[in-house]
Write a protein of this length. Structure first.
Length: 471
């Protein structure tokens, strides 16, 4: 087994990886930017190094990080999610430096890195994809194609991720306007201006399959997650298993995900994302060749530690699980506790956490990195913690989540907690009839309630009193 793992990431996922390493008896090396020096994960690692340059680039500096790993004597690097996690150059540089990259081999990352290319591979092997184009290079071509498959369509950056680089278009004028912007933005944000078009599927579910593959061709899936509750095309609440899949569809989608992974000789864990339409047709969206933010809920329903599995596979261990060993027990829900203002279109906020009290009890898990007195830096994503609950039934899980959200106290910055409480009370959510349109459709009702929440008045009055005393 590895002796020392360097974690090329920050925040909650860095802490998650430290915990996995500790249980495996592996020492950890954390890197941090200046503004992350007070994050909880920095305190928990065995060794820490201030990484440079800058607040963001510290985590993107391929050769700087490898140099640090060498200096610290780390024999493996875990990239977490975001940053360098899906960067084939980084995986290759690790390999060349004789350090194990805890993730798939660089060729698999490359093969799935561009959505246009991944779609071609899927078509070839018979995995259904969303009807769409190859790379498109002119407005005329884009308009012609959109009229062929009929509006609405979605313009996508082939190298996009994290919900960025997506644009819905309903007519020729919108394409004329959006296409050039999409290209230049893709170039700027992802260093690649390849753009393509997909049919915009109305009111789908986002369903993704977690797969696990070792280096010897053994591959299984750990069931699905329903991540339909999104804002800005990015997930907020995730559940496992899905309420809309039956066992037959689960096995069919599981088999398609395995086929997708096999087509690129995938090793390590990964996620194949699909959209499922009203008629239960499923379409490949993309494959994420890394650990996912919402891996936790799959861990809760399967009992399998996915991060430890990643490390063991990277170390060359054979998969000790068979498909028939995988049983899904009960339901798990994850709410991403973000520093965002749901009443202002989920605008990210920063500031100091003046009070922090996290929920606990049976079936409750928190993966987070903040605490009372912590100041949220403005440079990164708004995720503060992930609140995960498990229940024997869907109803029990929803009630437990509601109870936990009521216990959760974070003061000093606005968070998504009060909004999630309203969601747990919402009949549409509880009935399982939510699609990717959920927030757009339900937000006005839920916010109406939120703005009338008596607690808001209590805190407003408390704020006024404090301000008065400060005078
Ligand atoms: P998940 O698919 O695990 O739910 P998210 O879409 O929420 O992941 O993204 C997790 C983090 O990784 C976010 O901070 C997001 O901005 C970042 N991220 C994901 N993919 C990319 C990408 N291709 N380029 C840049 N950042 C990305
Ligand atoms: P990213 O790489 O940013 O995660 P994805 O292609 O996975 O981008 O899409 C993110 C989300 O955008 C999906 O979960 C879905 O809600 C929405 N979306 C993407 N493609 C389509 C489509 N063709 N039709 C409808 N919604 C889509
Ligand atoms: Mg995606």
């Amino acid at each position: 087994m590895f002796k020392k793992v360097l974690i090329a990431n920050r925040g909650e996922i860095a802490l998650r990886i430290i915990r996995a390493c500790r249980e495996l008896g592996i020492k950890t090396v954390a890197i941090y930017s200046e503004s992350d020096s007070t994050s909880r994960y920095v305190k928990k690692a065995d060794e820490t190094y201030l990484a440079r340059p800058g607040q963001l680039r510290a985590y993107l500096n391929i050769y700087g990080i490898i140099e640090l790993a060498r200096y610290a004597g780390a024999d493996a690097i875990h990239p977490g999610y975001g940053f360098l996690a899906e960067n084939a150059e980084f995986a290759r540089a690790c390999r060349n430096a004789g350090i194990t990259f805890i993730g798939p081999h660089p060729e698999a990352i490359e093969a799935m890195g561009l959505k246009v290319e991944a779609r071609k591979t899927m078509k070839k092997i018979g995995v259904p994809v969303v009807p769409g184009s190859d790379g498109i290079t002119s407005v005329e071509e884009a308009i012609k194609f959109a009229n062929e498959i009929k509006y609405p369509v979605i313009l996508k950056a082939s190298a996009g991720g994290g919900g960025r680089g997506l644009r819905i278009c309903s007519n020729d004028e919108e394409i004329s306007k959006q296409f050039p912007i999409a290209r230049s933005e893709a170039k700027k944000a992802f260093g690649n201006d390849s753009v393509f078009i997909e049919k915009y599927i109305e009111e789908p579910h986002h369903i993704e399959i977690q797969i696990v593959a070792d280096k010897y061709g053994n591959i299984i899936h750990l069931g699905e997650r329903d991540c339909s509750i999104q804002r800005r095309h990015q997930k907020l609440i995730e559940i496992a298993p899905s309420l809309i899949l039956d066992e037959a569809l689960r096995q069919k989608m599981g088999a398609a995900a395995i086929q997708a992974a096999k087509s690129v000789n995938y090793d390590n864990v990964g996620t194949v994302e699909f959209l499922v339409d009203k008629n239960k047709n499923f379409y490949f969206l993309e494959m994420n060749t890394r650990i996912q933010v919402e891996h936790t809920i799959t861990e809760e329903v399967t009992g399998i530690d996915i991060v430890q599995t990643m490390i063991r596979i990277a170390n060359g261990e054979k998969l000790d699980l068979k498909q028939e060993d995988i049983k899904l027990n009960g339901y798990a829900i994850q709410c991403r506790i973000n520093a965002e203002d749901p009443t202002k279109n989920f605008m990210p906020v920063t500031g100091k956490i003046t009070s922090y009290y996290s929920p606990g009890g049976f079936g409750v898990r928190i993966d987070g990195h903040v605490y009372k007195g912590y100041t949220i830096p403005p440079y990164y994503d708004s995720l503060l913690a992930k609140l995960i609950v498990r229940g024997r039934t869907w109803d029990e899980a929803v009630r437990r989540m509601h109870r936990c959200l009521s216990e959760y106290v974070i003061r000093g910055v606005k968070t998504t907690i009060p909004f999630y409480k309203k969601v747990m009370e919402d009949e549409v959510f509880k009935s399982g009839r939510f699609t990717t349109k959920y927030i757009e459709e339900r937000l006005p009702y839920l916010i109406y309630d939120l703005e009338r929440d008596p607690l808001i008045y209590v805190s407003a009055i408390a704020g006024a009193i404090t301000a008065y005393h400060r005078l």
